[in-house]
Design a protein around this ligand. Structure first.
Ligand code: GLC
Length: 471
């Protein structure tokens, strides 16, 4: 991968946790308000799955028997893309698609689907799933097998990234989800600002990133840009924090280790080094804003960078196309590189991405299968790459001449994907991840030392694992 500074076009170059009692609200009434809020939210969400209630993007859907419900979330441009696709599919196949719009945040998307699937509702028929929670859905037996003679899907796993299907889309030797797009964490940087400060390539190591970010942040702030930050990344208490922690930890020789008995090990010296580094970005070198641990998720991070308020950004590939938008303040001034590393350890990117699956409770399985084939078809996968800048799950997209000409960075990205670090594929991953998120975030906020945070996380994670692993 080319690490030199690049100008456009790219050459490869997405609330604070309720920890403290809010002022003026007594604890019982606050709890009451919060649970009432959650109840209302759940009802609103469930009602969106009922026929005729909200979320419909196809008022002209053909007969009820031929309409499927598709749950999908994302940034506004992504939802707009799915709306267009749903209409096209309807006009080509005669099968209507009712879009159930979900938020961007992966945890909220999962919770929404869990509500419907636990209740064995027939809607949604088909949905996108984060690689992080396919295992939970498969173990709960909510997903229709997508391989074998009875599958309503014709696309073969070998046409897609088979290794990703093996790592994330397979449960007990059955394919239950197919990759629509693959994600890996990347470093976005401002080519103009690095060059102006005399740096001719993006940072290869984390200490280099600190050095460059400190210098340029000082300059920009001296020019009156008081909200300018050296490095923005996902530090709020949610799945994205675990993703970036895993990247920094792996690039220090650490990571999340699961032994043969399902015991998890995170309290290693390498991981303490990584968490100390992340905390120091905010609290010692102050090149990442304090809002990092209260509100920074994908979209907050992307907006800060896109509004010209940051030098470096950690994000997924989707941010690229948005940074190049005509409205973007950083258009033509963005470079892409692998994330930095420590010492001689290799750079690491967390493997992310979203798979498509069909609900076992769907009453439109054949129609849902046809929709899955449509989304995974060479034509639509190519459009995902060209219109959204996503990394499609279909392998042939990467050798398509239009894609290579208009999105050359995709070819370079495939190397990052090959070495991407997967989160453990455990049916109870969302629970252990939630425990890890809580303690990582407490360390960033300065409430726990990195050592204690990781020790407490490991204990909590293993209590959860023991409940699921014991016969
Ligand atoms: C992206 C990734 C997903 C990850 C999430 C974390 O959506 O594709 O795998 O869990 O970000 O916020």
């Amino acid at each position: 991968m080319d690490r030199k500074l690049h100008r456009a076009p790219c050459h490869f170059s997405k609330s604070p946790p309720f920890r403290n009692k809010p002022a003026g609200i007594s604890l019982p009434s606050f709890r009451f308000l919060r649970s009432s809020f959650l109840l209302v939210l759940s009802l609103v969400f469930l009602s969106s799955f009922l026929p005729g209630c909200g979320g419909s993007s196809s008022p002209s859907s053909p007969g009820k028997n031929k309409t499927i419900a598709f749950a999908v979330g994302g940034a506004p441009n992504e939802i707009a893309f799915w709306e267009r696709l749903a209409k096209e599919f309807e006009s080509r196949s005669g099968i209507g698609v009712r879009l159930i719009r979900q938020p961007t945040n992966t945890d909220q998307r999962r919770q929404g689907l869990v509500l419907a699937l636990k209740a064995h509702q027939s809607d949604p028929d088909v949905f996108l799933m984060d690689v992080a929670w396919i295992g939970q859905f498969a173990a709960a037996d909510w997903l229709l097998p997508l391989s074998g003679g009875l599958s309503p899907v014709k696309t073969k796993p070998k046409e897609l990234f088979e290794n990703v299907i093996r790592t994330a889309g397979t449960y007990r030797n059955r394919v239950v989800a197919l990759p629509v797009y693959v994600d890996a964490g990347l470093l976005y940087y401002r080519t103009d600002l690095l060059e102006k400060a005399g740096f001719d390539s993006p940072p290869k190591t984390w200490p280099e990133l600190v050095e460059m970010a400190s210098k340029i942040q000082r300059r920009e702030r001296a020019r009156g840009r008081r909200r300018f930050s050296g490095y923005v990344w996902q530090g709020a208490q949610y799945e994205g924090l675990v993703c970036h922690f895993l990247e920094v930890a792996s690039s220090a020789g650490g990571g999340i280790v699961v032994n043969g008995k399902g015991l998890l090990h995170v309290a290693s010296p390498q991981n303490v080094r990584a968490l100390t580094f992340l905390r120091d970005l905010i609290r010692k070198w102050r090149i990442s804003p304090p809002s990092t641990y209260t509100e920074m998720r994908e979209e907050e991070v992307r907006r800060a960078f896109q509004q010209g308020r940051a030098l470096f950004e950690r994000n997924w590939p989707y941010a690229w196309a948005l940074h190049q938008d005509t409205e973007s303040r950083v258009r033509g001034k963005v470079g892409l590189a692998p994330l930095p590393h420590f010492d001689t350890y290799p750079s690491a990117a967390t493997l992310g991405g979203w798979h498509i699956g069909i609900s076992r409770f769907s009453d439109r399985k054949a129609a849902a299968g046809a929709f899955v084939d449509f989304v995974l078809s060479p034509e639509i996968q190519k459009r995902l790459a060209l219109n959204l800048g996503w990394n499609p799950g279909r392998r042939s997209t990467y050798t398509d001449s239009d894609v290579l000409a208009k999105a050359p960075h995709l070819a370079a990205l495939s190397r990052v994907f090959e070495n991407a670090v997967a989160r453990p594929n455990l049916p109870y991953w969302p629970l252990v991840s939630a425990a890890l998120q809580e303690h990582l975030n407490a360390a960033l906020a300065g409430r726990e030392s990195p050592e204690d945070a990781l020790k407490q996380a490991e204990e909590a994670m293993n209590e959860i694992a023991a409940r699921y692993e014991s016969p």
